[in-house]
Design a protein around this ligand. Structure first.
Ligand code: GTP
Ligand code: MG
Length: 491
């Protein structure tokens, strides 16, 4: 098995450790150990109230006690009796913390290895000292995502499910969470397995035809194979279609607010966020850096970005701000182009229009509480077919209508977004499906044109290879590394 080969590359004999809770002060902090030495390390650092070693604890039981630095082996021997007296009265200089320790034995654990979880107090120093103690007793610091990587390498979950763990952690909306949980439960994996099984059967049939003469296998066999390949094609197309909405749920839609200085970009950002996050002043050129946050429009995560309005930078800082704004506009999925209702159209407006032409744009006319001086006649051509929404950012008027327009714009009446319809949410998966589809199309064509089973089998093998990458059956090491690098340490 390829997975076995991968197991050899990643040293699973190590016992890994990490602080699994977020950094900073909190009520509780968790240090997690996984691997063959998890229990013996726990024995060396934990003194339970009932004077029992962690390796003798009942599986999945939680115990009260103390994390104690009892020194290395020789010292322990010397102080054996002394150490026991610490149970009742731990000496402050050797006791690191009062803690709860949980033992979970392999294989029914997150990583399928022995796991020990230590619930310490959430102080930065306490956690660091507990972590260091486990390191000095034989554990190794875990890399980002290494616990989940082990769950994958040990065969508890496939790669798509491992990736879903990260999506669950990062989900910004209920819908995003729903789709991530679906993937974690194996919704996508089941569909992929079904397609893989059909392709494996097709390959077997093709190989049979290599061994017999044309007359014996022709007809029924190739008709059946084409039928199966068409079924695979349908399934792949369906999954790729679901990725349109699915990827939006996972990645969010990058929506950039742009417009000339003072038009009210930051005020709109604050109106979206319902808080005074960004500085707003009557001085043109207030915002110089880009500011980003996430809003939730009916379950769709929107990455909203406020930019600098400056067009002609006067100094180095402004120049950098303008460069960043331009980069943002280039990468935007959607642009909210702001115009000021209280000022006539200016060359600055026209300059911006020129730079965003051809992009996905909603035109937002701000400051409708003030007397209208804006005349849109000159830009009629640019406005053709675009949504125009009127708002007053400072009084939060027109925001629901703007949100509704953003949603409609994203969905475009075509893209379905929902927990049920979004099976594929990850660009990596989408690309693999597209690659697989390409080879299936080729195989159907070659089969119809009777180009020979060997050629068709090659295409089917390629299609199978691409789709297998999704669940991690044959995934190159560097791709695995890239996927798990994104995780936080301790997951
Ligand atoms: N009357 C009125 N004033 C507004 C409205 N929106 C923004 N303003 C005012 O316009 C001024 C500029 O607002 P900002 O939100 O800082 O504008 P900006 O586009 O971010 O400006 P820069 O960051 O300098 O590019 C402030 O004094 C706001 O209070 C509005 O809808 N009505
Ligand atoms: Mg601003």
């Amino acid at each position: 098995m390829v997975v076995k080969a991968i197991k050899d590359i990643y040293n699973l004999k190590d016992t890994i450790v990490a602080i699994s809770t977020a950094p900073g002060e909190s009520a509780i902090g968790i240090v997690r150990l996984s691997g063959p030495k998890a229990l013996s390390i726990a024995n060396k650092i934990f003194i339970s109230k009932e004077k029992k070693k962690p390796s003798r604890f009942r599986n999945r039981s939680i115990h009260y006690g103390w994390i104690v630095d009892r020194g290395q082996k020789t010292e322990i021997r010397k102080q054996k009796t002394k150490a026991m007296s610490q149970i009742k009265n731990p000496t402050p200089d050797r006791t690191i913390d009062e803690a709860l320790l949980t033992v979970m034995r392999a294989p029914a654990t997150y990583t399928r290895e022995d796991i020990v979880e230590i619930n310490c107090h959430g102080g930065v120093l306490v956690l660091k000292k507990t972590l260091e103690l486990t390191l000095s007793r034989g554990a190794r610091l875990a890399q980002p995502g290494e616990f989940t990587k082990r769950a994958f390498l040990n065969g508890r979950i496939d790669l798509a499910q491992a990736e879903a763990v990260l999506d669950v952690i990062r989900a910004k909306t209920e819908m995003g969470l729903g789709t991530a949980l679906g993937q974690l439960k194996g919704k996508l994996s089941k569909r992929i397995t079904k397609i893989r099984n059909i392709l494996i059967e097709v390959l077997a049939n093709l190989e049979v035809s290599f061994d017999f003469s044309q007359e014996e296998t022709e007809g029924l066999n190739s008709r059946q194979i084409i039928k199966s390949l068409k079924m695979v094609r349908r399934n792949l197309e369906e999954l790729i279609k679901s990725a349109e909405g699915g990827c939006i749920l996972r990645e969010g839609v990058v929506t950039v607010i742009c417009g000339k200085p003072n038009v009210g970009k930051s005020s709109l950002m604050n109106a979206f966020l319902k808080e005074d996050k960004v500085i707003v002043t009557p001085i043109a050129g207030t915002t110089r850096d880009i500011i980003e946050d996430i809003i939730n429009i009916e379950g769709i995560p929107i990455r909203i970005v406020d930019t600098a309005g400056i067009i002609e930078p006067r100094d180095l800082v402004e120049r950098e701000g303008v460069a960043r704004s331009k980069k943002c506009l280039n990468e935007a999925d959607l642009i909210l182009f702001l115009l000021d209702n209280s000022r006539p159209l200016s060359t600055e407006d026209l300059q911006i229009i020129n730079s965003i032409k051809g992009k996905s744009i909603i035109v937002v006319v701000n400051k409708i509480d003030l007397k209208t001086k804006l005349n849109l006649k000159r830009i009629e051509d640019f406005l053709k077919g675009k949504r125009i929404v009127k708002i007053c950012a400072t009084r939060e008027k027109g925001i629901p209508s703007l949100e509704d327009n953003i949603k409609k714009h994203i969905l475009g009446g075509k893209v379905k977004i929902g927990v049920e319809s979004a099976v594929v949410t990850n660009l990596r998966h989408k690309k693999a499906l597209e690659e697989s589809l390409k080879f299936i199309e080729a195989s159907i064509k070659n089969l119809k044109e009777e180009r020979g089973e060997e050629l068709v089998a090659e295409d089917v093998k390629e299609a199978l290879g691409s789709i297998s990458c999704i669940v991690g059956e044959i995934t190159p090491e560097e791709i695995l590394d890239k996927i798990f690098e994104e995780f936080c340490i301790g997951k």
